[in-house]
Design a protein around this ligand. Structure first.
Ligand code: AMP
Ligand code: ZN
Length: 115
């Protein structure tokens, strides 16, 4: 049975999204509520709620995810503007969608530590 996860539904094209990069393993979309001049979400196509749930036999997920982000950053020349990658897990860390996603943000001054 198909799951009802928001990002799985976007990956399956059941819900529209602004798709900016896609390959067999990874989809990158524009965040619907951008927190910076640019704000993308890199989403592995396989559903796991957090990185700690990915079995070691599925290590290619991380390799493909970060290789895809790297390719996208180069395509968009984001390295010239600086960028920040963020993964939230759990309610207190601010996770609202229980499917691994890497926020790619930038285009403005960033504070550290994050709030
Ligand atoms: P997080 O809070 O870390 O789980 O991140 C979830 C992100 O998904 C938030 O930044 C939301 O703005 C974003 N989001 C929620 N619904 C959509 C959607 N339909 N299309 C694109 N981004 C979304
Ligand atoms: Zn999902």
């Amino acid at each position: 049975m198909k799951n009802s996860c928001l990002f799985c539904r976007i990956i399956r094209n059941e819900i529209p999204a602004s798709r900016v990069f896609e390959n067999d393993s990874t989809l990158i979309i524009k965040d619907i509520s951008p927190q910076a001049p640019y704000h993308y979400l890199a989403i592995p196509k396989e559903h796991y709620s957090g990185i700690h749930n990915v079995p070691s036999s599925k290590g290619d997920l991380f390799k493909n995810l970060f290789a895809s982000i790297s390719e996208f950053v180069r395509e968009e020349n984001l390295e010239e503007k600086s960028y920040r990658l963020v993964i939230n897990y759990g309610e207190k860390a601010g996770q609202s969608v229980a499917h691994i996603h890497v926020h790619i943000l930038g285009g403005r001054e960033m504070k550290w530590p994050p709030g």
